[in-house]
Design a protein around this ligand. Structure first.
Ligand code: APR
Length: 177
């Protein structure tokens, strides 16, 4: 079973094999962690995202799905882009889609050979989820994926959160699991 940990900080400086980006369906960048990853990683990331849009993802990346690209100049080995649910678009906020972001991202990272994976607090910014609500869903989804993939080489999953509120929420979710 992979180690699950929580750190407070900037995911763009995280040197995990894979870091997860809270993208939007266009894959063409944005603000928040998406903006930070593209700014720090440089144009190579956007070039690959544009190539995906021109080929296998002409309509963009659907919510809950995940796709890997280069990490460009980032210390991480790759970026896994995923699209979280917009809380206001679903009666329950999109619980299943939020969980699916995590399982799809772990699958894409594992398929690309990652042994360590770092997540931001997906959907907990622009997309309107409260960290206290998202954290248990995210942590449980990671745990369930690891239980369903006992032979995976993923050995450490890290939540890299940006503020005290998220740090408390994710630490509590890992503690209470
Ligand atoms: N490192 C780690 N976490 C960060 C960083 C960073 N450098 N920058 C922001 N965050 C945190 C935010 O504080 C929030 O808790 O990431 C969490 C996710 O917030 P958003 O980046 O707004 O992502 P999300 O809520 O999923 O909304 C996605 O926002 O940036 C746009 O293009 C993106 O349209 C997409 C939407």
């Amino acid at each position: 079973m992979a180690l699950i940990e929580v750190l407070q900080g900037d995911i763009t400086v995280d040197d995990s094999d894979a870091i997860v980006n809270a993208a939007n369906s266009s894959l063409l960048g944005g603000g928040g962690v998406d903006g930070a990853i593209h700014a720090a990683g440089g144009p190579a990331i956007l070039d690959e995202c544009r190539a995906l849009r021109a080929t296998v993802l002409p309509d963009g990346l659907p919510t809950g799905h995940a796709v890997a690209t280069t990490a460009g100049r980032l210390p991480a080995g790759m970026v896994i882009h995923t699209v979280g649910p917009k809380h206001w678009e679903h009666p329950d906020g999109g619980v299943d889609l939020l969980a699916q972001c995590h399982t799809a991202s772990l699958g894409a990272a594992a398929d690309a050979g990652a042994r360590t994976v770092a997540f931001p607090a997906i959907s907990c910014g622009v997309y309107g989820w409260a960290a206290a609500d998202a954290a248990p869903i995210a942590v449980d989804a990671v745990r369930r994926w690891c239980e369903l993939h006992p032979s995976t080489h993923v050995e450490r999953v890290r939540f890299v959160v940006f503020n005290d509120d998220a740090q408390r929420a994710f630490a509590a979710a890992v503690e209470n699991g």
